[in-house]
Write a protein that binds this ligand. Structure first.
Ligand code: HSE
Length: 430
């Protein structure tokens, strides 16, 4: 058998613990599969003495994680700290520059610095792997980069954030408000330490930017991902969506056509018979559209100890086997700069919710505003009167330019009968 692959693990939280547990529990099986042993040499974290449900006493403790990549007895560093910069980036740079491979679950790091780090890995002829950074236990990076390598891929979309999917599912099931479900989700410990990453779509945008690079061979371009989160979704919207034959999902969608990259994360109405609509709770789902394989659909757990550690260990086994493929499956020097497309020219049909006073001519005023901007209606439903005499009006538009829709909504918001700003959600034909 070949010499062991000697690794160090930085970050001993839930995922770090999961990785150590899998490597110890499945030691024999992993050695056989990898063709060599994967040996944990050293660990590092912010707190050595914190109580943990796994034993680290047999590994060397290193206070300064930045030094791990430089140690002679380490072949590879696993980073499970998180954050796009700070210690995670330092460890990545030091490790790759020292000619050692680097494995991470850090979506922010790869979304922000993917092309740069891929270049470092390439220059130093080592591997950079990040399967765990996107959709946890779903092996989506390898599936696209290897399994679908013969396809020209034009679109990747799906549910990339389990926490918000859980929240939307719970709002639908219980009819309870966003704020109540948010509180419950927080108590369950599902939210990122900065909840905005989940709630405002940033976490999903990180994953989407990575998928764009893997699928299309473009440099990671997180800055140009269009992002909306779920904070404005109400149970009323979820209920109206159901009545119209849709379910609201926070989707990440990336398309690459004629050299133009459109990356967007936003809530969307998804038809109930679309597979992604059936993916509930903390699950993630990713669909990949290739010209040969057609649409491939992947579903699984996107977070948590087991799923995320499973992906990290798969990367370790891959490297132990000697697979040193380029990080984004094309030479780093061949990654092309992304040419982002603005959403202004985006075409979509929309669900629009209006809250207006009940008065003669209200509908006429609304339709006049839509007509002025060339927004064509497919459906209009006036909901029953509220106790205060106001009414909700639901509109479904035909396809319209995003810029025209915004102008029409502005006109509607300025109507004297309007009680709350109009709220619009794109209807996605996937
Ligand atoms: N906050 C993320 C999610 C964790 O909810 O999907 C996994 O990246």
């Amino acid at each position: 058998m070949k010499k062991p692959l000697r690794i160090a693990v930085v970050g001993l939280g839930t995922v770090g613990g999961g990785v150590l547990k899998i490597l110890e529990t499945h030691k024999e099986m992993i050695s056989v599969r990898a063709g060599r042993e994967i040996q944990i040499m050293a660990v590092s974290a912010s707190n050595k003495t914190k109580s943990r449900d796994f034993d680290i006493s047999s590994y060397e403790w290193v206070d300064n994680a930045a030094e791990l990549g430089l140690a002679d007895n380490i072949d590879l560093v696993v980073e499970l700290v998180g954050g796009s910069d700070g210690i995670a980036k330092v460890v990545a740079e030091n490790t790759l520059k020292a000619g050692k491979s680097f494995v991470t679950a850090n979506k922010a790091l790869i979304a922000h610095h993917g092309a740069y780090l891929a270049g470092l890995a390439s220059d130093n002829k080592v591997a950079l792997r990040y399967e765990a950074a996107v959709a946890g236990g779903i092996p989506i990076i390898k599936s696209i980069g290897e399994g679908l390598a013969g396809n020209k891929i034009t679109k990747v979309y799906g549910i990339m954030n389990g926490t918000t999917n859980y929240m939307l599912s719970q709002m639908e099931r219980t009819g309870r408000s966003y704020d109540e479900i948010l509180e419950e989700t927080e108590q369950l410990g599902y939210l990122e330490s900065d909840p905005s990453l989940d709630l405002d779509g940033i976490d999903a945008a990180h994953k989407l930017a990575i998928l764009s690079s893997v699928a299309f061979g473009v440099k990671t371009d997180f800055e140009n991902v269009y992002v909306e989160g779920i904070r404005e979704i109400t149970t009323r919207d979820i209920e109206y969506a159901g009545e119209l034959g849709y379910r609201i999902k926070l989707l990440g969608i990336t398309t690459y056509e004629k050299g133009k990259l459109k990356q967007r994360v936003h809530p969307a109405f998804v038809a109930l018979d679309e597979p992604v609509a059936a993916v509930m709770d903390g699950f993630n789902a990713i669909a990949v559209q290739g010209d040969g394989a057609d649409k491939c659909f992947f579903q699984g757990r996107g977070a948590g100890e087991g799923p995320t550690a499973s992906a990290v260990v798969a990367d370790l086994i891959d490297i132990a086997r000697g697979h040193m493929d380029e990080a984004f499956f094309v030479p780093a020097s061949k990654l092309v700069p992304a040419q982002p497309v603005s959403m202004t020219d985006h075409l979509s049909s929309y669900y629009i919710k209006l809250h207006v006073a009940e008065a003669a001519g209200v509908i006429a005023d609304i339709t006049a505003a839509l007509k002025n901007e060339d927004v064509s209606l497919d459906q209009m439903h006036q909901k029953g009167s509220e106790e205060d005499g106001s009414v909700y009006v639901v509109l479904v538009t035909h396809e319209v330019l995003e810029s025209s829709l915004h102008k029409a909504l502005k006109e509607i918001n300025n109507l004297p009968v309007n009680l709350n700003d109009a709220f619009a959600i794109r209807i996605e034909n996937l």
